[in-house]
Design a binder for this molecule. Structure first.
Ligand code: PEP
Length: 248
């Protein structure tokens, strides 16, 4: 049995004042929720999350990490630094980083390994563009992205992953994959996990991301292989984020 996981990806949004209201609003509305909840925030706000969320059911994490250990890498943040703020999760391979920072699947795999080495959980994002979907390449594309990670990790480490299927054409566009479209890809990803580690595959959570909101969450989250959501825009309003958590 996989407990559903709802993760807010704040992207490059927030201020100390706005975050305070949002975090307190989320914590205040969690009563009765059965899903796990987390927020992945810009690195400067990790301390604020640790201060506000310690002792609450809400976990926190980062949105990216360096592949390097500490050293001469100006501007980078290494996994051991994130661990010092008690991050539980680190997003790796978000499509915005793949597109704007030209991150390859091999680099994303190294990031996942760096996160695991510090005892945190990587949320490995995969997803196809609209052109790739139209060309019938969806499963091959996401399979290649996940495959690079599975190849680099030890089979036992597969159990420690969270995977997020995020069709690029659905992120921030208001267009979500239909539940059936998403389920098909999630099932293919789980088969791929199974081929690497048969025992781990049934326990790995595969999140859907891409314009998930209160209106469509319930139906998406009812699919057998959709184990939660990675939420962008709707994670910036406590009411919407909570509605998704309660839908799960
Ligand atoms: C995301 O950025 O991970 C995301 C899913 O964004 P949105 O929910 O806004 O589509």
């Amino acid at each position: 049995m996989r407990t559903k996981l709802i993760v807010g990806n704040w992207k490059m949004n927030g201020s100390r004042a706005v975050n305070a209201g949002l975090l307190e609003g989320i914590v205040a509305g969690l009563d009765g929720a059965r899903a796990e909840a987390a927020v992945c925030v810009p690195a400067p706000y990790l301390q604020q999350c640790q201060d506000v969320l310690t002792g609450t059911p809400v976990a926190w994490g980062a949105q990216d990490v360096s592949v390097h250990a500490c050293g001469a890498y100006t501007g980078e943040i290494c996994a051991s630094m994130l661990a010092e703020f008690a991050c539980r999760y680190v997003i790796v391979g978000h499509s915005e980083r793949r597109a704007y920072h030209r991150e390859s699947s091999e680099l994303v795999a190294q990031k996942a390994r760096a996160v695991l080495a510090e005892g945190m959980t990587p949320i490995v994002c995969v997803g196809e563009t609209l052109a790739q979907r139209d060309a019938g390449e969806t499963v091959a594309v996401v399979g290649g992205q996940l495959g690079a990670v599975l190849e680099l990790l030890e089979p036992a480490q597969v159990a420690q992953l969270v995977v997020a299927y995020e069709p690029v054409w659905a992120i921030g566009t208001g267009k979500n994959a239909t539940p059936a479209m998403a389920q098909e890809v999630h099932a293919a990803l789980r088969e791929q996990l199974r081929a690497r580690n048969q025992d781990a595959a049934p326990t790995v959570r595969i999140l859907y991301g891409g314009s998930m909101k209160p209106e469509n969450a319930r139906e998406l989250l009812a699919q057998p292989d959709i184990d939660g959501g990675l939420i962008g825009g709707a994670a910036l309003k406590a009411r919407d984020f909570l509605a998704i958590i309660h839908a799960a």
